[in-house]
Design a protein around this ligand. Structure first.
Ligand SMILES: C[S@@+](CC[C@H](N)C(=O)[O-])C[C@H]1O[C@@H](n2cnc3c(N)ncnc32)[C@H](O)[C@@H]1O
Length: 220
């Protein structure tokens, strides 16, 4: 599917897929959304020194970049697994140029390393963060009790309803450790009911710019 570059409200750029009528991030601010949903409500919620993160939809790697940005002060040991079935091309990533991140030099220097990193292998991106990219479909995830946090960043249920089902959330629930959390920008009623049906406790939180609510689901 063809991907086009688009600018979002906070000046950060994203990709757009016409066939799905979907952006990779919120048009109200890609960077603002990533920081609000995944960092403030996710990473900063996990009270551990060592955090294992699973990202559902590695895409452009923006959520990894905001994780690195936040970890400049948090200083956690992070093991980051990014799952993606349709990798973004390096030339597409280069055009996104996230110069408005707070660590532009570090980020710019890491972008090639992140995207050239071989799939299915561990890479020490910084002394504190290790990355493993896995090229596969979300529906194939079968990890058990491995992650403290899931960044659930699939395209919206209106575009890909098959990724927001009880079956998928059952596997997300299994992949989390006890007390682990899944965060997503989505707050749709049916999605929350599907999460609840597989055992998650649901928290409704204020959403990022342009959205009233987001969801945090806990494996209580
Ligand atoms: C909303 S975008 C993710 C944005 C990403 N987190 C970022 O910061 O760029 C959704 C991602 O899911 C991927 N995707 C869609 N369907 C998938 C599937 N069934 N399995 C794995 N990846 C899929 C897309 O290629 C896309 O990269």
């Amino acid at each position: 599917m063809k991907r086009e570059l688009r600018e979002t409200a906070d000046g950060s750029k994203t990709l757009f897929i016409e066939e799905l009528d979907e952006h990779y991030h919120s048009i109200h601010g890609a960077l603002a959304e990533s920081r609000h949903v995944f960092i403030e409500a996710g990473l900063k919620f996990i009270d551990k020194d060592e955090i294992h993160i699973l990202e559902i939809g590695f895409g452009t790697g923006l959520n990894l970049l905001t994780t690195l940005e936040a970890n400049e002060t948090l200083k956690k040991r992070i093991f980051y697994t990014g799952v993606e079935a349709y990798p973004v091309l390096t030339e597409e990533v280069n055009k996104l140029s996230y110069e408005n991140l707070d660590i532009p030099e570090l980020v710019q220097s890491l972008i090639p390393e992140i995207h050239d990193a071989l799939w299915e292998k561990n890479h020490a991106i910084t002394t504190l963060l290790s990355l493993k990219k896995e090229e596969k479909k979300f529906q194939e995830i079968r990890n058990q009790n491995e992650f403290d946090l899931i960044y659930f960043d699939a395209f919206a249920p209106s575009a890909q309803p098959e990724l927001w089902t009880e079956d998928v959330f059952k596997n997300m629930f299994k992949a989390l450790k006890p007390s682990g959390a899944l965060v997503t920008y989505c707050a749709k009623g049916q999605v929350k009911r599907n999460m609840k049906a597989v055992g998650f406790e649901i928290e409704r939180l204020p959403g990022p710019p342009g959205k009233r609510e987001m969801t945090r689901a806990i494996k209580a």
